[in-house]
Ligand binder design. Structure first.
Ligand SMILES: NC(=O)c1ccc[n+]([C@@H]2O[C@H](COP(=O)([O-])OP(=O)(O)OC[C@H]3O[C@@H](n4cnc5c(N)ncnc54)[C@H](O)[C@@H]3O)[C@@H](O)[C@H]2O)c1
Ligand SMILES: O=C(O)C[C@H](O)C(=O)O
Length: 195
């Protein structure tokens, strides 16, 4: 990719809570760097299109120079077409009393469809971050249905677990979080998280 050429970045669940913060971070250069233009592909389901329209109006209002365009769609084949990076956020979140694994029946279908769409339409070197829970299982499912994309290009979002651990240690020791370094976390993003 020539320098300065826009990359295509899909965010699923683009009308949801997490996407609301994520889209502006991608659009203002926090994620791919302040010299990397982007074209945003925003995917959600039909009932969320009104809210997504509002998100797009906000993108317009920000008038960020790195944003070279956006595509708003309900169609996976449009959303995943030629994408360089995929943030798979769109999924049902937990309600009170639920474990992340209780979301499997609702969310697995989504990651099967999106894995197939990645396989068919995305660039073969696309990098995929799965956020929708249960994130680790969904990442595995997505990768399974996208056999033409290297497995190492799929990751489940556990950065939250790392930040959580770092903050918990800082609190316990009465330090600023910036003074806690070299934290390593491993395992599943589930109720086995400690603390
Ligand atoms: N891995 C992590 O660290 C982590 C952290 C927080 C939340 N999550 C998970 O992220 C997911 C989203 O959370 P949220 O708070 O943004 O939820 P939300 O309900 O605010 O947003 C979800 C969005 O996904 C959309 N959606 C549903 N089905 C879709 C589909 N088939 N294709 C595209 N979009 C679809 C919904 O319409 C909605 O706009 C949840 O599964 C939540 O559990 C993961
Ligand atoms: O708790 C959830 O379901 C959302 C997320 O996975 C979290 O750990 O905050």
């Amino acid at each position: 990719m020539a320098e300065g050429e826009p990359i295509r970045v899909v965010v699923t669940g683009a009308a949801g809570q997490i996407a609301y913060s994520l889209i502006s971070m991608i659009a203002n250069g926090d994620v791919f760097g302040t010299k990397q233009p982007v074209i945003l592909h925003l995917l959600d389901i039909p009932p969320a299109m009104g809210v997504l329209e509002g998100v797009c109006m906000e993108i317009d209002d920000l008038a960020l120079p790195l944003v070279k365009g956006y595509v708003k769609t309900t169609e996976p084949e449009v959303a995943f077409k030629d994408v360089d990076a995929a943030f798979l956020v769109g999924a049902m979140p937990r309600r009170e009393g639920m474990e992340r694994k209780d979301l499997l029946s609702a969310n697995v279908k989504i990651f099967k469809v999106q894995g197939e769409a990645l396989n068919k339409y995305a660039k073969k070197d696309v990098k995929v971050l799965v956020v929708g829970n249960p994130a680790n299982t969904n990442a595995l499912i997505c990768s399974f249905y996208a056999p033409s994309i290297p497995k190492e290009n799929f990751t489940a979002m556990t950065r939250l677990d790392q930040n959580r651990a770092q903050s918990a240690i800082a609190k316990r020791l009465g330090l600023c979080v910036s003074n806690v370094k070299n934290v390593t976390i491993w395992g599943n993003h589930s109720s086995t998280q400690f603390p």
